[in-house]
Design a protein around this ligand. Structure first.
Ligand code: VGL
Ligand code: ZN
Length: 220
């Protein structure tokens, strides 16, 4: 979309997904330019949103999504898990590690809620709303509904993984869902069919009703 979108501080909420050094240049699973979103999110926190939550990818050592746990496999291979296909990743976002903390430059004092996900050793959790088996819920939808949130503005890392899965589930949970593009970066994996995961995620999200905006579109 282009132009102005007037925010309602009472019922709009910003959701910052996995803004952790693990997903930034120098981290274990770097998203190109991932650190560039920190000042943009800080601006949104300071000047645009009263309500905001953050998530942290928060894996135990030896998590089943790590390629290192699958002999003969390398990161970005896809394996079959009891709950469906699972892409394998470098070891990342280990509970309590420095890189798994929220980025130190992020104004995290403004988050009313910090939700950790991916704790189950046998199951991955991309979305802020549920684990990758599609059934185990984090409770986030009910919490946001109880607080009167109507529109969710999502941003963070990675746009083609955890932000995308969160946005799809936000729509399913009944929130009007926006993705703040300049506060988001994607990995951009080349998939087996030659497609780019960032393009595919964007098309999928637009098809299910997610509206792409930039931070400049948002006014009070
Ligand atoms: C993520 C891959 C694995 C993300 C987390 O935050 O997008 N991607 N774990
Ligand atoms: Zn992860």
């Amino acid at each position: 979309m282009r132009g102005r979108l007037k925010l309602d501080p009472a019922t709009d909420m910003l959701g910052a997904i996995d803004v952790q050094p693990s997903f930034m240049p120098g981290g274990e699973l770097p998203v190109p330019d991932g650190d560039a979103i920190v000042p943009v999110i800080n601006h949104l926190l300071a000047d645009r949103f009263l309500n905001a939550f953050a998530t942290q990818d928060w894996h135990p050592p030896g998590h089943s999504s790590f390629a290192s746990m699958h002999p003969g496999r390398t990161p970005y291979d896809v394996v079959s898990m009891p709950y469906g296909p699972q892409m394998l990743w470098p070891d990342h976002a280990i509970q309590g590690s420095r890189n798994a903390a929220l980025h130190p430059g992020l104004d995290s004092a403004r988050f009313s809620l910090i939700l950790r996900k991916g704790l189950d050793p046998a199951l991955d959790g991309y979305s802020a709303f549920r684990d990758n088996d599609g059934t185990s819920r984090t409770g986030l939808a009910g919490l946001l509904q109880a607080r009167g949130v109507k529109r969710l503005f999502l941003c963070g890392l990675a746009g083609d993984v955890c932000v995308a899965w969160s946005a799809e589930d936000a729509i399913e949970a009944g929130f009007e869902t926006y993705l703040v593009e300049d506060a988001t970066r994607s990995i951009g994996m080349i998939l087996p069919d030659g497609g780019n995961s960032a393009d595919i995620a964007r098309k999928r999200l637009e098809a299910c009703g997610v509206v792409f905006v930039t931070s400049n579109d948002l006014t009070l």
